[in-house]
Design a protein. Sequence first.
Length: 580
Amino acid sequence: MSTAPKKSKSAPHYPTLPKAKTGITGLDEITGGGLPLGRPSLICGEAGCGKTLMSLEFLVRGAIQFNEPGVFMAFEEKASELTMNVASLGFDLDKLQAEKKVKLDYVHIDRSEIEETGEYNLEGLFIRLNYAIDSIKAKRVVLDTLENLFSGLTNQAILRAELRRLFQWLKDKGVTTIITGEKGDGNALTRQGLEEYVSDCVILLDHRVINQISTRRLRIVKYRGSVHGTNEYPFLIDEEGISVLPITSLGLEKEVSSDRISSGIPAMDAMLGGKGFFKGSSILVSGTAGTGKTSIAAYFANEACNRKEKCIYFAFEESPKQIIRNMHSIDVDLQKHIDKGLLQFHASRPTLHGLEMHLVAIYKIIKKFKPRVVVLDPITNLITVGSVSEVKSMLIRLIDFLQEEQITVMFTALTLNNIVNEQTDEGVSSLVDAWILVRDIEFNGERNRGMYIMKSRGMKHSNQVREFIITDKGLDLVEVYLGPEGVLTGSAREAQKLQEQTGEVLRDFALSSKDRELIRKRKVLEAKISNLQMEFESAEEELNKMYQQEQLIKQATQNARDEITNRRRGEQPVKKGGKK
């Protein structure tokens, strides 16, 4: 029996649908690589939603970026009108036609002629379109708009037959085709109600106005043989064409960094373990009006530029010139970073676009400038164009995108608004990695600023309330000063310091006086002790004299007694020299 390990079976490989890239920012991502190659796709929507522009950009970018010539057959606008309309987007159709990369063909449909003859078929269109395709060897085709082609036909049976025939002819020709159509009544995507069924890919464009704010959205209704994004995606039309933002609910599998970057305020860095914020993290600075949120954000941007990192500052309240002027008062020169190309300002009122349009614009600017640090000041102004939940949804997608790009972002927010409230979870505070809160501290008729760190994920941070001061030399945090009534700030802190200093002086003076009195008392006592010692010595000397005298008398008495005794015994007294 063989003991060799079994070979593992590889995962089955399935063929993928060939696709033609559109070249439109974001659209290729949500379609999984572009439109179905060699098949017809339908772009439908109401008037003014951008159908013609999207299809024309598909054609132009295909010719320029992918070397795929294209034919644009219009049934509504003349070639000269189309050329003029897209010139503002930087598309030179005259030049592309001269280079035989694009061919514009206007087909005039006269409804009265169709009604008079009573007959209708697309043979003439096929001949004309076939010639246009072969003349430049086109790979892409646009038919704009389909309703005008069938405007004079009332027989629904013939219309449906010719429509199917058109789609099949395009497939047989092997060209990647976009057909534009007007949205039908009710829930119907098109006027005829058939185009969406015979198309391999259907894209619905929408231009809605809510609270006087317009927003354009895109949705892929169907895509045969391919996985695709199914949500609504905002898209923006600007001087560079169409940009679609393919960000909805990204996975939570992003790379993270353990590197730290400075906030620009050394004392704040010290509160964050001495190293600052994590690179690629999101930071919220919230507080009441006038607490210095913009100053903190400007310091953060200035520090990034000092590290030679690019920074974008999105301002929703003040103009760039205002911010630059105001920051001079705290010794921050932002203009020099602008001159060096390290700092860009983008200022606009929130009401300029809807929330989705702001998101698309921010996404596009960041992709183009490629910054390492982004500032949004303040995000609470966005509540004027959307609800709290809508703003939160937008910021979730923005934070996801910035984390994917490893870009550090700082938001500022006004706590008086509902978007940021420490007592509710409807704000953005739960989304960010670090939350710095700056508050007014009113005491003894004076207003000061206090700062503390509400949270900072993944790092040790201070839990103290620090006084935040703004001076002409910059921003700083004062060490915590505790008085009898708690933390003291401003003049109360200075008064308490002065009181304590005065008390120390008085205590020192009192101690010095007691020391001198003690020295005097010691000297008096030592003098008394010296006198007593002298008296004791005199008394002792007198007593010694008396004792010696008594001893002499006692000795003389004893000698006299001994001599008398000896005489009584008849003994002669002994004389000196030993002779009797």
